[in-house]
Write a new protein. Structure first.
Length: 353
């Protein structure tokens, strides 16, 4: 069926759902109830808080297994009226809708690494954007930033969603003037008859982020370092595979995303002075491990609760937001608090900061 027009009533319902979710509050270091992470109103509807930079946890679920309670790892950063998606785990596209946004509202996607639990929903996001592009008012160009290998991933995603793209293009042409790309007064650039494969990633600009590199689009500045997610586990990785931690500076705030990592001096330096540290965590008694991995291996390539606290304390961050974790018990939170005196929030889907 054709891509549906935007319906403000639908957005209003989704925004209300987000407000109700946020109203439940957050869990802090001692497990006490804290005020909601963001007030209702503009922040809950997907717009940034007045003049500020906001973080929305679209999904905080663990990986690589799928959680029944939470969506896959994905975080929305909104700054200067633009929306940036950091990682795109399963459910990210649906959670954008829950935050009051469309796939076409995203300006850029930043991937910390190319494991499936961090990328599973990227093809869906690209596909729905491509479908929207067949109709008048084509979406703006999308940037995809990620570690080495991201270009190959984008090309493969384009082939996957090109199957649907070819069908959608044919339907759009059949619907007559105003429906398809061919009817948009010359906006047919880059489209071809190659089975719709190119159409799936038309308007996509791929940027490879290498360790030590910085990226600045005028709204956000991104600095990347290689972390120890791959090297810390003693597992042989494909040649060239890199896992990144990212520091994003925008609107006077600095937010560091650990991605998946074990202890790392480079990540500590990257996070130094950050207002917010969005940190993954593998609990000391975590039983949801990938097949074939022992707890010891998982701890070398991930952050235990105490390691989260040590990183936050050494980097002097303002607060810690736990994301991409299976559970955060009272003991886990006490373990962080023993070495980090600042605020710690165990993130939940659709929390806003």
């Amino acid at each position: 069926m054709p891509f549906p027009p935007r319906r403000r009533t639908r957005r209003a319902v989704l925004a209300l759902a987000a407000v109700l979710s946020l109203a439940a509050g957050t869990v802090t270091r001692a497990g006490a109830q804290a005020p909601a992470a963001s007030p209702p109103g503009d922040a809950a509807s997907g717009a940034p808080a007045a003049g500020g930079t906001t973080i929305t946890l679209l999904g905080v679920g663990p990986g690589p297994m799928v959680s029944r309670e939470r969506n896959g790892i994905a975080t929305l950063l909104t700054a200067g009226g633009r929306h940036y998606l950091v990682d795109a785990g399963i459910g990210a596209t649906r959670q954008l809708a829950a935050a009051g946004l469309e796939p076409t509202d995203v300006s850029a996607v930043l991937l910390t690494h190319l494991h499936d639990d961090h990328t599973a929903d990227l093809p869906a996001l690209l596909s729905f954007r491509a479908t929207a592009g067949l109709f008048p008012g084509a979406p703006p160009r999308l940037r995809l930033l990620g570690p080495p290998g991201v270009a190959a991933y984008a090309a493969a995603a384009g082939r996957l969603i090109g199957v649907s793209g070819a069908i959608r293009q044919a339907e759009a042409r059949a619907e007559g003037p105003g429906a398809g790309a061919q009817n948009r007064g010359g906006s047919n650039r880059g489209r071809s008859s190659q089975g719709g494969a190119r159409a799936g990633t038309d308007g996509l600009e791929v940027v490879t982020l290498r360790p030590g590199a910085a990226y600045d689009d005028g709204t956000i500045r991104v600095t990347a370092v290689e972390n120890t997610h791959y090297s810390g586990r003693g597992v042989r990785r494909p040649a060239g595979a890199v896992s990144l931690s990212l520091r994003i500076e925008a609107g006077g705030r600095a937010i560091t995303f650990t991605g998946d990592t074990g202890p790392s001096r480079d990540v500590e330096r990257l996070a130094r002075g950050s207002d917010v540290l969005v940190a993954e965590m593998v609990s000391d008694d975590d039983s949801d491990l990938p097949p074939g991995f022992t707890p010891a291996q998982a701890q070398r390539g991930h952050l235990s609760p105490r390691r989260v606290g040590e990183l936050a304390a050494a980097a002097g961050v303002g607060m810690v937001v736990l994301s991409h974790y299976t559970r955060a018990t009272e003991a886990d939170l006490r373990s962080i608090a023993a070495v980090f005196p600042g605020r710690v929030v165990a993130g939940r889907d659709l929390m806003r900061f």
